[in-house]
Design a protein around this ligand. Structure first.
Ligand code: NAD
Length: 317
């Protein structure tokens, strides 16, 4: 799906998350061209200036500028981090409706530009917003990716690595389902290098109860950060860069991104976080998981929650 030799990313929404992504792209030298788009054009221009002034100190020769949707026509990735903040007294559904309107104002002009790359969505509720992007764009679902549980999975691996004093890169464990309250860890699939973590616990090396507390910690992490510093952005920005690298580098990396699922728990077409093989075409395929009955039920419940959110949005039309 690469449209040219130069790797080009258009970022829509130059707020905290968007700019953390941009800053990490610059430091990790991931693309040649980065366009910043925001409804607040001045903000995008200011951010472009600020990043450009750091170029001399980076190993990157990126071209960074504030632009418009017409710049998407030859982009490889359009990353969407735009959104409106929850107002006091506003319900989640009202917030969802307003963000859906924001996405209509973005996805339509992106598609009109002739964009033929991959959408990467971070705006919350990310699974529903990714589904909306897919619906609005009419793109093949494999080319519409949400950040899903990529960040939650990174948090899990970090905490398990710390618990076992093992490099998180040798911890293979995933958070799946909704990026939100119904997400969970299928422990039957969690490995420390070559052995299931449950085996280590059965052999007395660890306590499964303590390990499951780590799952709770992951689920509550965003809230804890928000209480301390109002928003989370560095981690998600870096998760987005990881996904961007997998796409632009045609890596076939396994990442827990939000992708469209086939029929599950009586619902069809839900987007949720699952381990997927990601390459330059987007999601090449889902990794089939051998879940236990209980895990399968949790996944079904998580997908039903997401379907209910999507349905409530449709009812309001
Ligand atoms: P922010 O308020 O700092 O930035 C939002 C930006 O979107 C602003 O610059 C605003 O001008 C822009 N915007 C609003 N409407 C627009 C429109 N119609 N067109 C173009 N731009 C528009 O918010 P933030 O802290 O950067 O968070 C952005 C989103 O990322 C939120 O939805 C947040 O919940 C989400 N988020 C997701 C994860 C994740 O794991 N997926 C993690 C953290 C935050």
């Amino acid at each position: 799906m690469m449209t040219s030799d130069k790797r080009k990313v258009v970022l829509v929404g130059t707020g905290m998350v968007g700019m953390s992504y941009a800053y990490a792209l610059l430091n990790q030298n991931v693309c040649e061209e980065l366009v910043l788009v925001d409804v607040d054009r001045r903000r995008a221009e200011g951010e472009a200036m600020d990043l450009n002034h750091g170029l001399a100190f980076s190993g990157s020769h990126m071209r960074i500028y504030a632009g418009g949707y017409e710049d998407c026509h030859d982009a490889d990735i359009v990353a969407i981090c735009a959104g409106v903040a929850q107002q006091s007294g506003e319900t989640r559904l009202e917030l969802l409706r307003r963000n859906a309107a924001v996405f209509r104002s973005i996805v339509e002009p992106v598609c009109e530009s002739g964009f033929n790359g991959i959408f990467l969505v971070a705006t919350n509720p990310v699974d529903v917003m990714t589904r909306i992007t897919c619906q609005l764009s009419g793109f093949n679902a494999r080319r519409v990716i949400g950040t899903g549980t990529a960040l939650d999975t990174a948090r899990l691996r970090y905490l398990l690595g710390r618990h076992f004093t093992v490099d998180p890169r040798n911890v293979h464990a995933y958070v799946i389902g909704e990026h939100g309250d119904s997400e969970f860890v299928p422990w039957s699939q969690a490995m420390l290098a070559t052995r299931p973590i449950s085996d280590f616990c059965a052999d007395g090396y660890c306590d499964m109860g303590k390990i499951e507390q780590i799952e709770e910690e992951v689920r509550g992490a965003a809230q804890k950060i928000i209480e301390a510093k109002r928003a989370t952005y560095y981690g998600i920005g870096m998760a987005m860069v990881r996904i961007t690298r997998a796409i632009l580098g045609d890596e076939n990396s396994v990442l827990t991104v939000s992708t469209m699922l086939d029929e599950i728990g009586g619902v069809r077409g839900v987007f949720a976080g699952m381990p997927c093989i990601v390459n330059r075409n987007g999601v090449r395929r889902l990794l089939p998981l051998k879940l236990t009955d209980t895990e399968q039920q949790r996944l079904e419940r998580s997908c039903q929650t997401l379907q209910a959110a999507y349905d409530s949005l449709q009812e309001g039309k």
